[in-house]
Write a protein that binds this ligand. Structure first.
Ligand SMILES: Nc1nc2c(ncn2[C@@H]2O[C@H](COP(=O)(O)OP(=O)(O)OP(=O)(O)O)[C@@H](O)[C@H]2O)c(=O)[nH]1
Ligand SMILES: [Mg+2]
Length: 386
């Protein structure tokens, strides 16, 4: 081949390649466009499906007509252990993820709303106590009026010693206020003490109203008219706190339907927000920040659960036996020697002479105490019987 022919053949080859390049480029572009389109459609369909799934699952949660309790069996779980903690929150905030992290129980986790349809109990062992953690279906605005399985969820929350409200750090907004309102509307009072008002319905004598110091937001007239509305005409009312409100007084009249429960707020998914935001959330009262995904703040959370429950550990010692510190009796705050007796055995009280108590609740260790003596955390108690 002469030099000219060589040049010509290379040029032809080059032309061909360039043409091919252009066509291939065109084809690839078309392909990419197609794929992108397909991908977009897929995302759309996925969103639609998730939405549908959530809607149907929400319907599944809707109380069935005719059933008094609002449908669904096995929702109420037997109480067990030393205290009950209810996980309350919107769907998909990570309640089940948390249960699976802090207990040995696995509750289904998924990225669509209403994954959990019933209550799932787990046990958290801490400081020698057994704490029952209840994973519950997510609740939504309107839950207290029966939306979703809201009413049952809230009824279960009412039976707990601590509400652990799980919130999504990526959707901070007004979740907290909405959930609080839902719980408030069915008589749950979070992080509040019962109002300091003595109230007793009498058979006769009209209304006897007294106050240790003049209340700021309440007077005899208001109290009288509220009581008349409740058809109570004879009662004794003693207000011991000048700051009580009308709402407080109404709570006192309805004491049977009010539950004063501690609440701890946990913002989950802090791995997905900025440090500034985490800092802002963590500064709210009664709040911890966690990430189930990255195992952040979980130990801290468990410690806070424990301290908010205000449980007391009492070590009981039998005469002549060495004390074991690994298996405490776990009792509520305000517990007395009597409570301790009852937790040991039903009949031990009948044989009771006195108790020897070592620890923070007594001046001298050991000290002889009666049944009414209030115990403190980590006291050692030895019951002396007849
Ligand atoms: N980024 C992030 N995602 C999380 C975290 N914890 C849970 N998730 C995700 O959030 C989604 C919902 O988690 P679940 O534990 O099923 O939420 P849930 O509150 O039990 O939801 P329902 O049962 O539907 O009420 C899942 O896709 C989890 O993987 C976290 O700490 N960080
Ligand atoms: Mg769940």
């Amino acid at each position: 081949m002469g030099i000219l022919e060589k040049i010509q053949s290379i040029q032809e080859e080059l032309n061909r390649t360039q043409k091919n390049k252009a066509t291939e480029y065109h084809i690839v572009r078309q392909l990419i466009a197609l794929l992108l389109n397909e991908y977009g459609m897929l995302i759309q369909v996925e969103g639609l499906l998730k939405g549908k799934l959530a809607r149907y699952r929400a319907q599944l949660l809707e109380p069935t007509p005719g059933s008094s309790s609002g449908g669904g069996q096995g929702f109420e779980v037997q109480k067990s252990g030393d205290a009950r903690i209810a996980l309350i929150g919107f769907p998909s905030v990570g309640k089940s993820s948390l249960l699976s992290k802090i207990t040995k129980t696995k509750s289904e986790v998924a990225n669509y709303a209403f994954t959990t349809l019933t209550s799932v109990p787990g046990v958290l062992e801490y400081n020698g106590a057994e704490l029952q953690i209840l994973d519950l279906p997510g609740i939504i605005q309107g839950a207290s009026e029966g939306k979703g399985r809201g009413r049952q969820v809230i009824a279960t929350a009412k039976t707990s010693d601590l509400v652990l409200m799980i919130l999504d750090a990526t959707k901070a907004g007004d979740q907290r206020a909405i959930l609080e309102r839902e719980l408030e509307s069915v008589g749950i009072r979070l992080n509040k003490d019962p109002p300091n008002i003595y109230f007793k319905v009498k058979k006769q004598g009209g209304l006897k109203f007294n106050a240790t110091s003049p209340p700021k937001y309440l007077d005899e007239k208001i109290v009288g008219s509220i009581l008349r509305d409740y058809k109570v005409h004879n009662a004794e009312v003693l207000v011991r706190d000048e700051n009580v409100t009308v709402e407080d007084f109404i709570d006192v009249i309805n004491a049977g339907h009010r539950s004063y429960i501690r609440c701890l707020y946990a913002y989950n998914k802090i791995d997905a927000v900025s440090l500034e935001e985490v800092d802002r959330l963590a500064r709210q009262p009664h709040t911890v920040v966690i990430s189930c995904e990255l195992d952040l703040g979980l130990e801290d959370l468990v410690e806070r659960i424990w301290s908010d429950l205000s449980l007391l550990r009492v070590y009981t010692k039998r005469r002549g036996q060495t004390l074991k510190f690994d298996d405490p009796l776990v009792v509520r705050r305000n517990a007395t020697v009597e409570t301790v007796c009852d937790s040991i055995h039903r009949s031990i009280k009948d044989q009771f002479r006195y108790a020897l108590v070592w620890g923070a609740s007594v001046k001298y260790s050991p000290q002889k105490c009666g049944l009414q003596h209030a115990v403190a955390d980590e006291d050692v108690v030895s019951i002396v019987t007849k």
